[in-house]
Write a new protein. Sequence first.
Length: 336
Amino acid sequence: MIDDKKVLYSGMQATGNLTIGNYLGALKNWLSLNEEYECFWGVMDLHSLTVRQQPADFRKKARNLLVLYIAAGLDPKKNCIYFQSHVSAHAELSWLLGCFTYMGELNRMTQFKEKAAKHTDNINAGLFTYPVLMAADILLYQTDFVPVGKDQKQHLEITRDIAERFNGIYGDVLTIPEPYIMKAGAKIMSLQDPAKKMSKSDENINGSIYLMDDPDTIVRKCKRAVTDSESEVRYSEEKPGVSNLLEIYSTCLGKSIEEAEKDFVGVGYGDFKMAVAEAVISILKPMQEEYNRLQKEKDYIDSIILENDEKAAYFANKTLRKVKKKLGLTEKPRKA
Ligand code: TYM
């Protein structure tokens, strides 16, 4: 709790182009939560280093992600938006929690298995201990809820296990966080292969709609989306392509799936796909315009970074000090 408000924490990796999966599954749900909760949103640049980055490009991508958070509608005066790497407590707590995490637990992580299979030439220890750093991110802020897409649920479970193990030994030190997964948009699938999650690292660029795609590209990708040989727009497990498009359409417009289905009674797939594209464009266009405007406001963005880094560090260090004390690490003597 901070000032009687429960704490929310989440973030995104600063790698690749964000997709509408990231937006609909996460970012969109973050907007307006700050009224009820104390919100922290990290640009997870340390996590991005588990895959080799090109420094100049990486620097830009991380800053662009922070700008995008603001362009999407997160008010930086009411939400703490900051870079993970600017708050050294993340790396420190990650080490400490690593001593409370078992190899067997980390071995079971599906994201590790997937990434290790994809980057066979660089299966580094960071990739393996990735969930420990994520646990540190969350636990540093005494987080109550973590709004994420379904794919992050396993990481949340291990975070809870680590925290419960720590508390079991040292008392009530860390708040046990709960996942906060919205039903709508929790798992947006690839437009080319609806059995696969839409992902920013997908090699087939037609499978993903990126947040910076222009309207023509969005229309083209929607038109090419894989559907089925029927012609009825209906949500069903047997129709994964159409169901995914319905999910995208309804989440963009804030409608229920039933309402969305009603919009397409007697409508063919061609017109349906155009309507999906228009729904996506209606969300992305204003965000892109705001993003382009903010890119010119360098001083403003710098001031936001400075202010929010400090706020995040204040809360993070409070928890870190407590954890270190419980562990019996020697405290620094105070200067006379
Ligand atoms: P990342 O960067 O892969 O994804 C960011 C958020 O987007 C959600 N997401 C999706 N939701 C629906 N459909 C999709 N196709 C889709 N693809 C991605 C993810 O669930 C996530 O919420 N490990 C995290 C970053 C992280 C983090 C944290 C998150 C690091 N520390 C602490 C929360 C709390 C990750 O890689 O997310």
